[in-house]
Write a protein that binds this ligand. Structure first.
Ligand SMILES: C[S@@+](CC[C@H](N)C(=O)[O-])C[C@H]1O[C@@H](n2cnc3c(N)ncnc32)[C@H](O)[C@@H]1O
Length: 296
């Protein structure tokens, strides 16, 4: 199913304020939902530089984009400086990041992002072919117990990290843990009964932690922010949509430092969150937070 409903679309456009002839970077092009509107707004003199590390997303996005000049790069947004070098430009008007995974990635069973489908433990956002890439399988079956605890606590804020990590290292002595369902079941069995029956599945936080570790998501964001900032012209705007507190904390801190340093002004003091209606129509939007800053 090649679909993805862009989150906080109207709000992103309203606060990013794309104008005719502007150069805009969408660092998480995905299926081009936000980019499509940004591109139209900048018009035929405008340029949309679209970056994503997922080839499948890029080809689907490209079909959608029209109305402006479109330059697509398969890359990690942490390398935004080298993308700009290839573009032969140093500064742009607007930058957008809409973090996390797309619905296309979540719904493609064999990519192993979701325990809703039984699939090999992969979770990488990059290509399957070619160079080596870290997988959730490698983390689950090869990393030591202490490191697993650190990941589950640090990236998943999982309160039963120790129990889960111990269950994993015990189970893998018998045989490798190969699939999303095997892992989800193991987690379920390792946590207290009351925790199994909460609103969210007991494996949710572990899966989030693994995805963040596999894709080095927080480090990529930390590396991106100063580079994205440097790329902005005076009065340029940077918008970031995050989906969990770990990401939001990094963005909030970075923006706050820019404000206190007198380099930027916050466009929204409090993060913008989706309306009840949006959450009803697109539950994936539930935890989204949009922050926007303008360079002085
Ligand atoms: C939530 S989706 C973006 C959806 C897009 N805004 C839309 O409306 O269709 C996030 C996308 O960012 C990509 N992504 C996540 N982290 C990335 C990174 N560090 N570098 C490049 N792309 C990344 C994912 O592959 C995914 O396609």
């Amino acid at each position: 199913m090649a679909n993805h409903t862009p989150v906080l679309l109207q709000e992103t456009i309203e606060f990013l304020l794309p104008k005719k002839g502007e150069v805009i970077i969408d660092g998480t092009l995905g299926l081009g939902g936000h980019a499509q509107v940004l591109c139209k707004a900048t018009g035929s003199d405008g340029v949309l530089i679209g970056i994503d590390q997922d080839t499948e997303a890029l080809s689907k996005a490209q079909e959608k984009l029209s109305g402006c000049q479109v330059h697509i790069y398969k890359n990690n947004f942490r390398n935004i400086d080298s993308v700009l070098e290839k573009e032969g430009t140093q500064t742009v008007d607007k930058v957008l990041l809409d973090l996390g995974v797309s619905s296309l990635q979540l719904d493609t069973a064999e990519r192993g992002f979701s325990f809703k489908h039984d699939a090999p433990l992969d979770m990488s956002m990059t290509d399957k072919e070619g160079a080596y890439h870290l997988t959730a399988y490698e983390i689950i079956n090869e990393w030591d117990e202490e490191t697993l605890v650190t990941i589950l606590q640090g990236y998943g804020e999982e309160k039963f990290a120790k129990r889960i990590a111990h269950a994993i290292t015990e189970a893998r002595k018998e045989k490798p843990i190969k699939t999303t369902h095997e892992l989800a079941e193991l987690i379920k069995q390792s946590v207290p009964v009351w925790y199994r029956h909460k609103r969210i599945h007991p494996a949710t936080k572990t899966f989030q932690a693994l995805r963040i570790a596999v894709n080095d998501e927080l480090e990529a964001l930390k590396e991106f922010l100063p580079k994205g900032w440097d790329a902005l012209k005076k009065d340029g705007r940077l918008a970031v949509i995050s989906f969990h507190s770990l990401e939001d904390r990094i963005v909030k801190q970075f923006f706050r430092n820019k404000k206190h340093g007198g380099e930027g002004v916050l466009i929204n003091k409090k993060p913008i969150v989706p309306t009840e209606d949006e959450i009803h129509n697109n539950p994936r939007a539930r935890s989204a937070k949009l922050r926007v800053i303008q360079k002085l």
